[in-house]
Design a protein around this ligand. Structure first.
Ligand SMILES: *Cc1c(COP(=O)(O)O)cnc(C)c1O
Length: 789
């Protein structure tokens, strides 16, 4: 069964649903929004208003096509295009390959080259065949021409576009090769059945060339039409439509640029193939065994912490994007950019590109973010730009990771341990709790994965508390603990080590979703890359021009993701690490000494970065030393002596990558006031810490991107005193959630009030339960909840 969802903004009544080049259903859109069709043609129609089919029907769904305006789709689509929305689509999609299915081919898999006419499939196929000493099949020359006994052009002229696709598919079905290089024709991927067959027996590599390159190559080859133009669409329109078809099939994507020679393309494909066979995997930062035990992406996500207590990292083959590659991403939407970046990081046998695309569509969607650009870049002064990362459902940047990561997580759980239940446990002093609960309730609801969050009843702001305890969803639970944040965090650590408790939990395994989990870091790389692309797109810099990034830092997760973006090839000159008065990182990054024992935690008005032991520093140390032995020793020193120091060489390396500084409480308040007065922009206290450090450590000629990590309204109790100074004797810390949100809405400035945040005051307090700071009672409440997942 296939669902078709039609965007209500499509007005055309002349839409027709095509499959394999045939019209299978004329759609009359004026009356219906949902249409379901069974394998062949019988279909059910859902009436307008019933936007989502009943849940039970979804079991039978094999695919979903979403039509939306603005582009032309395959063949007869004029005002819409067809997009696969579910990876197991019977009609349009591929069945995800797994390591097992791939191993079953036992080295006999084909290398299948796919791409637009002019992307270089034939030439590349021949070069690869030589390099790899394998037979090559060019579908046009070696299969179709002999099969029909005439040239492809003649056949096309004889039978026309629509029948051609059917005939071509029939011919492709006869292809029965192993361990070969197969260069597909440009139109092969439009035929579902034959593609489904060929896809199973090989790895599909998409030679993704820019439209301009294709057009100029086609011009020089004197091609002025390709299949699908019969309905009067232009070449560009058909090309764009084709891309969507290709994206239903590829395992790997290779970017092709105008300047690439055939041997450049062949080398890129070779690199992609070698990555497919071995992407280096994930190892522990403390793994001194020489990468003997490597984990896949899904294993790393599911485990969270490595068994030896280290954190998972990619030791090698971290993806690189050239400036030309980045240029290719420029015109794309954030989701399209994100897909290309994630594909480069995640092995297709872990999560296929089609599934990634589906995840992105579910996670980074308009309804969940209250801004059409999702993370707009806003100029504040001549060289400071803030990237607003707080438009997600809980108003902090953590939503970016936590709307996507639960999808990785449930994919891993379903795939690796289908019989087990999982319980993600977190202690929160603020933003982590609500973002975790929201992400797991939305994206892991039916997957035997639950989330439980502990918060200190008296140590959390009223708004954050309301956000947390009003969270809905059958798989999430919140428990207030009459203790401080430290107690909550210690308890979580104790739970992980408590073997007896694990026995009581039975088949339910505890897990972590904070930024020590590799799955949390990767989504953050996406918006860091996007920030640079937006700077270029809005003409603030030219491609390649260096910029700085400044990031208010707590657990070192966000800034480490920016480090990965830099390493991938984004022209970031330096990363500026901003702390509040808990400034241990300032000392570490400027002097190389790290002494947690000589710092004591201070409560500040930017509570989400009140941290002394930043977990992700360990990953940075691994990358700059490239020596797990050093990391191991460093943390041993920290544990036994309370401090550790890096060598001079490592310090110089750190200093070439980072600058670091901090803001006092007064600096933060003054910054909020100053930026409001001068730019009419209201910074939240964390972003204000970043702004203060950005102006102190930046250079006027170099643009600097400031991570806007929270919406001001979330911390309005700390923002109001900064804006009003001593002019009021009202203590905002005594206001109710409703009053706080009202005063936030009343503030006259940018950004506008967060619409998703405004609605929380009226939500019922679903998790009003609190427990004393008593370990046994806490264990009980967890076990009770674990049974219900
Ligand atoms: C979590 C958080 C931070 C710190 O991010 P890290 O990745 O832990 O460094 C900064 N600002 C806000 C608002 C946060 O919620």
């Amino acid at each position: 069964m296939l669902f078709v969802k039609i965007s209500s903004s499509i007005k055309s009544s002349r839409l027709r649903l095509m499959a394999s080049g045939r019209v299978v259903l004329p759609l009359v859109h004026s009356r219906y929004r949902w249409i379901t069709l069974e394998q062949q043609h019988p279909f059910l129609l859902f009436k307008v208003g019933q936007t989502t089919p009943r849940y039970s029907t979804w079991d039978r769904v094999r695919g979903l096509i979403w039509l939306r305006p603005g582009a032309v789709g395959p063949m007869t689509w004029r005002k819409s295009y067809v997009r696969p929305h579910h990876c197991d689509a019977a009609l349009f999609g591929k069945v995800a390959k797994t390591r097992t299915t791939w191993d079953a081919l036992n080295g006999k898999g084909n290398i299948i080259l796919m791409g637009l006419p002019g992307s270089g499939k034939t030439t590349t196929g021949r070069l690869l065949a030589e390099k790899l000493d394998k037979p090559v099949v060019d579908v046009d020359d070696d299969l179709l021409t002999p099969y029909w006994g005439m040239s492809v052009a003649d056949k096309l002229g004889q039978i026309g576009d629509h029948r051609f696709l059917e005939e071509e598919g029939k011919a492709l079905l006869t292809l029965d090769k192993q361990a070969s290089i197969v260069s597909l024709s440009g139109s092969n991927p439009l035929h579902h059945d034959s593609m489904a067959k060929i896809d199973k027996a090989g790895v599909v590599i998409y030679l993704d060339a820019e439209t301009e390159t294709i057009l100029s190559r086609q011009k020089s080859m004197k091609v002025d039409r390709i299949i699908g133009m019969g309905e009067g669409a232009s070449l560009e329109q058909v090309i764009e439509a084709r891309r969507h078809t290709y994206e239903m099939w590829h395992d790997l994507r290779v970017f092709i640029h105008a300047s690439d020679t055939p041997s450049d393309v062949a080398s890129k494909v070779m690199a992609a193939i070698s990555r497919f066979h071995d992407d280096g995997g994930h190892v522990s930062t403390r793994d001194v065994t020489g990468h003997e035990s490597r984990s896949t992406f899904l294993e790393a996500v599911l485990q969270g912490l490595a068994p030896d207590g280290g954190l998972f990292v990619r030791p090698s083959q971290r993806p690189k994007f050239s400036l030309n590659d980045l240029q290719t991403l420029l015109p794309l939407t954030i989701r399209e950019r994100a897909l290309r970046l994630l594909e480069a990081w995640i092995h297709p046998l872990d999560i296929s590109p089609q599934e990634l695309s589906h995840f992105l569509e579910m996670s980074y969607t308009r309804g969940l973010f209250d801004h059409p650009r999702m993370c707009p870049l806003v100029p504040l002064t001549r060289n400071v730009y803030t990237q607003e990362l707080f438009h997600g459902p809980t108003a902090s940047f953590k939503d970016w990771a936590l709307q996507l990561m639960p999808r990785f997580y449930t994919r891993a759980a379903n795939h690796l341990r289908p019989d087990q239940r999982f319980l993600v446990v977190a202690a929160t002093s603020g933003d982590t709790g609500s973002a975790t609960l929201d992400g797991f309730s939305r994206h892991a609801g039916n997957a035997r994965v639950g989330a439980i969050v502990f918060y200190p009843t008296n140590n959390i702001s009223e708004i954050q508390k309301q956000q947390t305890i009003a969270m809905e969803g059958p798989n999430v639970k919140v428990i207030g603990v009459d203790g401080d944040f430290d107690y909550c965090q210690q308890t979580v650590k104790r739970l992980f080590l408590d073997k007896a408790f694990h026995q009581d939990l039975g088949d339910c395994q505890l897990s972590v979703a904070n930024s020590i989990n590799w799955g949390r870091l990767l989504p953050q790389v996406l918006y860091h890359v996007t920030a640079y692309l937006d700077l270029v797109k809005d003409n603030h810099v030219t491609m390649g021009e260096p910029v700085d990034y400044c990031i208010p830092t707590g657990n070192f997760g966000n800034i480490l993701s920016a480090y990965y973006a830099k390493e991938m090839g984004v022209p970031i000159r330096q990363l500026v690490c901003a702390s509040n008065t808990n400034n241990i990182l300032t000392e570490f990054l400027t002097a190389g000494s790290y002494s947690p024992s000589s710092y004591s935690l201070k409560s500040t008005i930017s509570p989400s970065i009140d941290i002394i032991a930043s977990s992700n520093l360990e990953r940075l140390l691994y990358h700059v030393t490239q020596d797990p032995g050093v990391v191991h020793q460093f943390y041993k020193d920290v544990q036994t002596e309370g401090k550790a120091k890096v060598t001079e060489t490592v310090l110089q390396k750190l200093k070439s990558l980072f600058r670091a500084d901090f803001a006092s409480e007064e600096d933060t308040l003054n910054t909020i006031r100053k930026v409001y007065d001068e730019a009419g922009y209201i910074l939240d206290p964390h972003t204000a810490v970043g702004y203060h450090v950005a102006t102190k450590q930046g250079t006027p000629q170099v643009p600097i991107v400031l991570s806007g990590t929270a919406h001001f309204a979330k911390f309005v109790d700390n923002v109001l005193p900064a804006l009003t100074g001593a002019k009021t004797d009202l203590d905002p810390h005594k206001l109710t959630v409703e009053d706080l949100l009202t005063s936030a809405s009343d503030l006259n400035g940018k950004p506008k009030m967060h619409s998703l945040l405004s609605s929380i005051a009226s939500k019922p307090k679903r998790h009003s339960k609190t427990v004393p700071a008593d370990y046994v009672q806490i264990c009980h409440s967890i076990i009770e909840f674990a049974r219900s997942i």
